[in-house]
Structure formats: C-alpha cells, structure tokens
Design a protein around this ligand. Structure first.
Ligand SMILES: C[S@@+](CC[C@H](N)C(=O)[O-])C[C@H]1O[C@@H](n2cnc3c(N)ncnc32)[C@H](O)[C@@H]1O
Length: 206
C-alpha cells in the first residue's frame, strides 16, 4: 500500500473509532486526595497492604487467577467472588477451584446487584474489575462506599484510559477522580506496573 492510502485508511479508521468510542471528560484527581498516596510496585503488593483475616469481595473474577492470589496473600476470613460468568466453563472452573474452600462464596450476578444486596459497613475492602465503563465504575464506587467500612479500602484495577488491546476507552480514571472529588475520598495506594494497567485503593478522608 502506498503511503497515501495508508494515511487515508488510518484517518478513516480513527474517525470511526472516535465516533464509536467518544472521548470522555477527564476530571483531575483533587490535589488533597494524593498527599498521602503510597506508590506500590504491583497489585500483588497492594494485596499485601490489605488486612489479613478480612472480609472482602472481588467484583469481576473471570478465571479466578487474581482470586487465587487474594487467597494466598490476603488469607481472607471471607471472600466473595462476583461475576456474571457468561462463559459456563469459567464459572465451573471457579466453582471447582474455590467452592470447597469454605471461606469463599461465589455469586453469579452483576456487581451492582451484589453490592445492593449487602449490608452497610460490612466489608473491609472490595476490588473492582468489571466492565471498566464510566457509568458502571462510578455506580460501583458509590455503592461500595456504603458497603465498605469507614476505615476500609475501595480498590480496583485498570486505572488507565485504554484497554490492553488498544480498542476500548476505559472510564475508570474519570470515574475514580470524580468520585474522590465529590465524595471526599483519597488515593491511599496506586500501583506502578510498566504495562500501566494500574490498581488503586481509595479510603475516606478524615
Ligand atoms: C477483566 S476480567 C476480571 C479479571 C480478574 N479480576 C483478574 O484480575 O484475574 C472482567 C470480568 O468482569 C466480568 N463482568 C463484566 N461486567 C460485569 C458486571 N457488571 N458485573 C459482574 N461481572 C462483570 C466479566 O464477566 C469478566 O469475567
């Protein structure tokens, strides 16, 4: 292909992409929300910062790879694994791996439905990793702020703008920043992986 046709094809593809995935407004994280932020190497270090023997939930589980790390590193007293699991084989894989462990409860449902069914101030932490859209993430953060204890942590994955395959626009950054601004939360931990699919942990400002 000549450079001219390459340029035209690229421009057309970019126009279609920008129409399908319009740019989101990007509110900044308020400065007062980052004064106490601790930078961690990876999300496995974040797990080391979560309280042992705690009550937690992973929202968005997929094959359960990170759930396994949670079990090994956090050793929670009670772990709730929540996913819609449209792929039956993945659901079965998680049932086989976790259900007999006693401390783990699996919930095949939407994250928001799960959160709305929980009592207020009943979790030490949650880790959000579902569809990464602005709307879902903001709603998950709002509902988590009710469900997580006052001194607890609201954590999540993919604090980044674009999906790993470079196709989808993620709404996690604007949702987290907006939430911290409106609800007076601070960024307690931020991870620093080279691939930039960062994890965050938020806590209520005192
Ligand atoms: C990125 S994967 C989770 C990966 C997992 N946390 C890990 O680190 O290994 C996202 C998962 O979220 C699930 N999901 C997407 N939207 C959801 C929603 N609204 N409620 C519950 N699960 C959802 C998908 O089925 C998928 O398995």
């Amino acid at each position: 292909m000549t450079n001219f046709f390459k340029k035209i094809s690229y421009t057309i593809a970019q126009r279609i992409w920008s129409t399908k995935y319009p740019e989101l407004e990007l509110p900044e994280m308020p400065p007062e929300s980052t004064v106490n932020t601790k930078l961690l190497g990876s999300r496995f270090d974040l797990l080391k910062s979560l309280p042992r023997a705690s009550r937690g939930a992973e929202l968005g589980v997929n094959k359960g790879e990170f759930s396994q790390a949670i079990m090994e590193i956090v050793e929670p007293e009670e772990l709730h694994l929540v996913d819609t699991w449209t792929d039956k084989s993945l659901h079965q894989m998680c049932i086989d791996q976790f259900e007999s462990l006693g401390k783990v409860q699996l919930h095949k449902t939407y994250s928001l439905k799960f959160l709305k069914d929980q009592e207020s101030d009943s979790f030490d932490w949650v880790y959000i990793d579902t569809d990464h859209s602005y709307k879902t993430t903001l709603e998950e953060l709002m509902e988590s702020s009710r469900v997580v204890k006052n001194n607890g942590l609201i954590c999540g994955h993919d604090y980044t703008l674009i999906s790993s395959k470079g196709i989808l626009r993620y709404g996690v950054v604007p949702a987290v920043n907006q939430f911290c601004k409106d609800q007076n939360y601070e960024l307690a931990f931020l991870t620093h992986e080279a691939h930039r699919h960062l994890s965050f942990a938020l806590r209520k400002r005192t």
